[in-house]
Design a protein around this ligand. Structure first.
Ligand SMILES: C[S@@+](CC[C@H](N)C(=O)[O-])C[C@H]1O[C@@H](n2cnc3c(N)ncnc32)[C@H](O)[C@@H]1O
Length: 327
């Protein structure tokens, strides 16, 4: 069993308080965050949460830390990064406001966040704003724990890779939220690139993949991840390597091999290879889970493929027929 794997049997016994703020992550994931804080993390190096939202995930982790026998609230620090406001491009929801909706003329839910996290403010350091602005490119301090619930675009993932993944060392723990999101393939191929240096905790917990760094990650690997310098073929191979390591999630609800196959389609899609993307995605339409939960994704890839075909003169057969009839 992996070191983090010993937390799995404890999941069912975690009872989180009713007072926990609204969270976009599931109860299982909150329970895992609590267990990490309570039984695994020490706070000797930085504890970092990227994408705290309304504070649900922050609360679960902070509660675990507070109840930990080793975490020292006087010296340990939990860093919370978020826009802490709603608006275009933020990926934040109005549900992060305490009332569940944005008050008139107010975009920021920072005060609501502070209010709900009040018991933990002494060891919480809040970084409000765009991650590219609020993170320090010069900061090389080691990170013990990194919760990534922010990398919803390639632009933000680049910041995560450049400024945070580079600060991991053996023993660091990383949680990737939204690992079941095929539209975020950078999470999947970067994990593939890190595989020789990490130990995956066990089956993902719903949409969260957890791993521990077990060997120093070479600088050239981190650079390639941050600069996104892998070719599409290389990225697909990296995702295949992850596919070999994970299957259904801990609750049995999410078939990760199929999800990762879909992430390959998005890798091709983002590279403008729409035909290839659809040829990977089309066979997945018969997957019960994906067809039920990701119908809009299939539609997006099918439409991109068809538009691309139209723009480039249709299929080979259409082009031959057009040529033969002189059109
Ligand atoms: C899925 S939500 C986080 C959910 C939260 N962990 C919870 O427990 O409910 C993603 C968060 O990332 C934040 N975010 C996205 N891009 C960001 C950026 N460039 N800088 C700062 N925050 C960002 C959004 O404001 C949003 O609150």
């Amino acid at each position: 069993m992996t070191k983090l794997g010993r937390l799995y049997p404890l999941l069912d016994d975690v009872r989180l308080p009713e007072t926990i703020p609204y969270s976009q992550v599931s109860t299982w994931e909150l329970q895992f965050l609590y267990l990490l804080g309570r039984h695994h993390l020490t706070g000797e190096d930085r504890l970092v949460e990227l994408g705290s939202g309304g504070g649900g995930s922050t609360y679960a982790l902070a509660l675990g830390l507070r109840e930990s026998p080793v975490f020292d609230e006087r010296t340990g620090r939990l860093h919370a990064y978020d826009f802490f406001r709603v608006g275009k491009g933020t990926f934040a929801t109005e549900k992060f406001f305490t009332d569940g909706a944005k008050p008139r003329g107010e975009n920021s839910f920072l005060d609501d966040f502070r209010g709900r996290l009040e018991p933990f403010l002494p060891f919480l350091e809040i970084h409000a704003g765009d991650l590219w602005q609020t993170s320090d490119p010069e900061d090389t301090s080691a990170i013990e724990f990194l919760h990534v619930d922010i990398a919803k675009t390639a632009r933000v993932f680049r910041c995560v890779a450049e400024r945070f993944l580079t600060r991991l060392r053996p023993g660091s723990v990383v949680l990737h939220q939204d690992f079941a999101g095929p539209r975020l393939p950078w999470l999947h191929h970067s994990t593939g690139a890190l595989l020789p240096y990490i130990e995956i905790a066990g089956p993902p917990i719903r949409s969260t993949l957890a791993f521990e760094v077990v060997r120093p990650i070479p600088g050239h690997v981190l650079k390639a991840v941050a600069e996104d310098s892998y070719s599409v073929d290389e990225k697909l191979a990296l995702i295949s390597a992850v596919q070999e390591r994970i299957d259904r999630d801990h609750t049995g609800g999410i078939p990760f091999k199929a999800v990762l196959e879909f992430a390959k389609a998005y890798t091709a899609h983002y590279a403008g290879e729409h035909r290839r993307a659809w040829s990977i995605a089309k066979p997945l339409t018969s997957d019960e889970y994906l067809s039920r939960t990701r119908a809009d994704h299939f539609e997006q890839l099918r439409r991109a493929y068809e538009q691309d075909r139209e723009q480039h003169g249709g299929s080979r057969l259409t082009r031959l027929v057009r040529k033969a009839v002189g059109r």
